[in-house]
Design a binder for this molecule. Structure first.
Ligand code: MN3
Length: 193
């Protein structure tokens, strides 16, 4: 089975004015699609892997029986697909607060405000392209960090909970170089907290 774009539960203009329609459309139909195309193309050489769960493959990347150059393509394109799929899923203008997650965030970071500040600073200070992450680590503790490129937290054996794309393609049309403004506004469309 080939990977394809996940269904978007809102329109490209639904996250305006925080994320503009053109950015959404390009990001979803071009950038995300490109990762899916590369992922499907590299997996054509490894048909047995297409039946396995992508998250599990990512967790066990080191032991996959793949040529090294294909492994790099798989890491980038598979990560790109997983990361963007979560990003679309956690956004909406309609709040759908996850009370259990909020409770855990308060328990770990003190308050939602302190969590947001730490997460925002991580996203803003990440050098170059990448993502800011809230993850659950191997001991089921919440952690914040950033990863470069399309690296997935599954590579660390961690489960992604919240992610923020800080590649320039995620914000450049509307915010140009003002990543901090994009990060600040993004909280308005994160539906879970
Ligand atoms: Mn992106």
């Amino acid at each position: 089975m080939k990977y394809q774009l996940p269904i978007l539960n809102y329109n490209f203009d639904s996250l305006e004015p925080y994320i503009d329609k053109q950015t959404m459309e390009l990001h979803y139909t071009k950038h995300h699609q490109a990762y899916i195309d590369k992922l499907n193309a590299v997996l054509e050489k490894y048909p047995s892997l297409t039946e396995k769960n992508l998250e599990d493959l990512m967790k066990n990347l080191g032991s996959l029986d793949m040529e090294e150059k294909d492994k790099t393509i798989f890491k980038n394109s598979g990560g790109g697909h997983l990361n963007h799929s979560l990003y679309w899923e956690i956004m909406s203008k309609e709040q759908k607060a996850d009370e259990n997650l909020i409770k855990r965030i308060k328990g770990t970071f003190g308050s939602v405000e302190e969590f947001k500040e730490l997460f925002s600073n991580t996203a803003i200070s990440h050098f170059g392209s990448g993502w800011a992450w809230l993850v659950e680590d191997e001991n089921i503790n919440l952690k914040i960090y950033s990863l470069p490129n399309q690296d997935s937290p599954y590579l660390n054996g961690h489960t992604p909970v919240i992610c923020l794309d800080v590649w320039e393609h995620a914000y450049y049309l509307k915010y140009q170089n003002r990543r901090a403004e994009y990060v600040k506004n993004w909280w308005n469309v994160l539906k879970t907290i």
